[in-house]
Design a binder for this molecule. Structure first.
Ligand code: DMJ
Length: 764
């Protein structure tokens, strides 16, 4: 149904904008959702989709694209489409007319990407112009110096497949060269790689290292390159990195970023949503226990916030509130189900589907969550939602006979396109001979479990996975990490540290001396923040170590207080009339005056534009806004003045819409509408602010449906089923301590500029 919606409302644009039911155009690239039709057993639809792509797609557009995204989404989509097209053709019923046209298109695209590799390192430039290539004036790209590790290290599957399908070896050679370079540049003592690297010098630009954003699929492609191409050197590299990941980054059930040079040092106190793919990769590696643990932790975060927030803290609070419908968790759920056969993972999948239907479904598709706390939406549905999320969820519940081919004969690319495993024996002219292995013998001690089989892994123990999950049952909601208990105990004495957190100055040498004595080290982060890490064993004495713990605890409290002060509570405008029925939720900014929606019941009403539209003088259409929620344009007078004018005209609420065309809460920070410096107690109605992009969704709705009813609230309410509001925001009281006994850390904001910027946003 939703693939059809894409074709109906968006085609030939790349993606559907699900709130406005329009196509999102970024250049006429091929449809990125080809392979799904075959997996869903919609062979006829696949055939039609291929014809459409061949008829409508033009790769010669003057558009600057990401080499990484174009590779995984477009090239991978074409190659996956080709793989399934030839499989169907061979079966003799469908695609009989097919003559490698998708492959020819893939080859054309492959050649268009090659100029990006024109660097001394062999690492590709991050962006390329599909028509003009790179570094020419009209290309508008080619001056970049850095790229991310995943950007340079996620090419080998598609590029090798292209080489092996066509016999043109250059693609595989280039992808191998980039991988060889990254391998050479790994930090030799930790065997970890950083997040970004200079493509000319090979220096690490960001020296933090995790398994999420910026690195994720580099690791995935090393292991999958081994599976697809059968080349041991990829497995050796993967295993070396994997050991390092398990030693430093994996702190079960958490996966925490560290510094490549000092891998015992955590680089952050939060995790990003992209790392949710990692349990799936661990299944492929055969390391099931930590996969079950991390997956369970992630599932509890999802149960708490309905979706995996883009980033969440070590005590499972929201760090970045958006959720662009990422598929990684569904992917890991699918692989864990395949590995364990435990029906628990079907229940997990069911919850994912229920939450998608309940919170993300909108009239034209599924909308990304702008803020999981308020339930507000963004007008986007990324192609990975169709290519990956739908596919993994479908496959999770599919029986073998539901799929018309044997999926075990294929490998999933990072975008879940399918490449056939028989490629390993085809056109292998550039495989092993170009790679030099540092190993004489392959360390495969942990590799006997490849393609996990429940019989081998946990014979006669159907409760194996459950027994690993059980101790983690309350990890998110009820239990605090162990470290905090020690601190609380030490606090019972009431003693105070020799240096109080609130007095601490990072530039005061005496303070630094005290810190050192307490075993606390201080790191200045590039973004202006300061990170404190305590190693109790580095303290001068056990008493100093205890003082250090007290100091850290104070600092944590101070930091979370500061964060709370800076946080802008977003509000929600929900369109509740036909055909939206509460399914479209827009992120809104609050006002420092008028009815506080976090304390009062929501306000519901039909909307009406005020006249004058800026609301800066007495309204000339009071009869139109009476008893309604007035729409007013930003500008020309104070927000409070607008509020008074619409209130006097009898409005029950107001929505101020930004006058800066194109502004959006996707790109601009939300702010609170300030009063006018005088007493604003006379303003009794609720006032919310929408950026222009969100505002135009309401204005468009009025144009189309005339009568538009909205709900102003602090978070989206249940969609008319009379149930309690499903968007619970649980405030967790644990502090972000590491569970390691001797280590605690905190990263806090002491950058006055940032504070000042936030203050600035709150004034009119
Ligand atoms: C996908 O495009 C790919 O899986 C990529 O490797 C990282 N994640 C996105 C979707 O979240």
């Amino acid at each position: 149904e939703h693939f059809r919606a894409v074709y109906e409302h968006a085609y030939p644009a790349d993606e559907l904008m699900p709130l406005t039911c329009r196509g999102r155009v970024r250049g006429q690239e091929p449809s990125r959702a080809l392979t799904q039709w075959v997996v869903l057993n919609k062979t006829k639809e696949f055939e039609d989709a291929v014809r459409k792509v061949l008829r409508d797609v033009n790769l010669d557009n003057d558009v600057v694209v990401s080499v990484f995204e174009t590779n995984i989404r477009v090239l991978g989509g074409l190659l996956g489409g080709h793989s399934l097209a030839i499989m169907l053709k061979e079966k003799g019923e469908y695609m009989q007319w097919y003559n490698d046209e998708l492959l020819q298109m893939a080859k054309q695209l492959g050649y268009k990407l090659l100029p990006a590799f024109n660097t001394t390192s062999g690492l590709p430039y991050p962006r390329i112009n599909l028509k003009f290539g790179i570094r020419k004036p009209e290309a508008r790209t080619g001056t970049e110096t850095d790229t991310c590790t995943a950007c340079a290290g996620t090419l080998i599957l598609e590029f090798a497949a292209l080489s092996r399908f066509t016999g043109a070896t250059i693609f595989e050679e280039y992808a191998r060269k980039a991988l060889d370079f990254l391998w050479e540049k790994r930090q030799r003592s930790s065997n970890l790689v950083g997040v970004t690297i200079n493509i000319h010098t090979g220096d690490w630009v960001r020296k933090d290292s995790g398994v999420g954003a910026g690195i994720d699929s580099y690791y995935e492609y090393l292991l999958k390159a081994y599976v697809l191409l059968g080349d041991d050197s990829f497995l050796e590299r993967f295993n070396t990195h994997y050991d390092a990941i398990m030693r430093y980054i994996s702190q079960p059930p958490l996966l925490l970023d560290v510094h490549i040079h000092k891998p015992m040092l955590n680089a952050r106190t939060w995790m990003d949503a992209l790392l949710a793919f990692f349990p799936g990769l661990q299944v492929l590696k055969g390391d099931i226990r930590p996969a079950i643990e991390t997956h369970e932790m992630l599932y509890q975060v999802i149960k708490k916030h309905n979706f995996l927030p883009e980033a969440f803290t070590t005590d499972f609070r929201v760090h970045w509130a958006q959720h662009p419908l990422r598929p990684e968790f569904a992917e890991s759920t699918y692989f864990l189900y395949k590995a364990t056969g435990d029906p628990y993972y079907l229940e997990v999948g069911k919850t994912l589907i229920e939450n998608l239907n309940k919170y993300a479904r909108v009239p034209c598709g599924f909308a990304a969550m702008k803020d999981v706390r308020t339930g507000s939406h963004e007008d986007r549905m990324d192609s990975f939602f169709l290519a990956e999320m739908f596919k993994y969820l479908y496959l999770l519940f599919a029986d073998k006979e539901d799929i018309i081919f044997d999926i075990e004969d294929y490998i999933f690319t990072t975008e879940a396109h399918l490449l056939p495993l028989w490629l390993s024996t085809t056109n292998q002219s550039i495989s092993k001979k170009n790679t030099t292995s540092e190993y004489t013998e392959l360390d495969d001690s942990n590799f006997d479990w490849t393609c996990p089989n429940t019989q081998i892994l946990f014979p006669n123990d159907p409760l194996y996975a459950q027994s690993i999950r059980e101790p983690l049952k309350n990890v998110v909601d009820k239990s605090c990490p162990r470290g905090i208990i020690r601190v609380e105990e030490s606090f019972r004495s009431g003693a105070k540290p020799p240096l109080r957190a609130r007095d601490f100055m990072a530039t005061n040498p005496e303070h630094l001396e005290i810190l050192k004595k307490m075993g606390v080290s201080l790191i200045h982060l590039k973004d202006g923040r300061v990170q404190l890490v305590q190693h109790a064993i580095q303290a001068a004495s056990s008493i100093d170590a205890e003082d250090g713990l007290r100091f850290m605890q104070e600092m944590i409290e101070l930091s979370s207080q500061q964060q709370k002060e800076q946080q802008l509570p977003p509000r929600a405008v929900q369109i509740v009339s036909h055909p939206f029925f509460g399914r479209v939720v827009l992120t809104a900014g609050p006002a420092q005056f008028g009815l506080d929606l976090s304390k009062h019941k929501e306000t519901r009403g039909f909307v009406a534009s005020s006249k004058p539209y800026n609301g800066c003088s007495e309204l000339t259409n009071p009869e139109a806004v009476m008893g309604k929620i007035a729409l007013i344009q930003r500008g020309q007078c104070m927000f409070a003045e607008k509020a008074r004018n619409i209130q006097n005209a009898g409005a029950i609420g107001g929505i101020v819409i930004d006058d800066n065309e194109g502004s959006s809460s996707d790109t601009a920070p939300l702010f609170q509408m300030a009063g006018d410096g005088k007493d604003t107690d006379d303003i009794k109605i609720p006032m919310l602010f929408l950026f222009s992009k969100e505002g135009s969704i309401i204005l468009d709705a009025i144009r189309e449906y005339e009568e538009v009813e909205v709900l102003l609230s602090d978070k989206a309410k249940d969609r008319g089923k009379g149930k309690k509001n499903p968007f619970n925001l649980n405030i967790h009281t644990c502090s972000p301590f590491s569970s390691a006994d001797t280590r605690s850390y905190i990263s806090f904001i002491r950058n006055k500029k940032r504070l000042y910027r936030v203050v600035l946003y709150t004034v009119y």
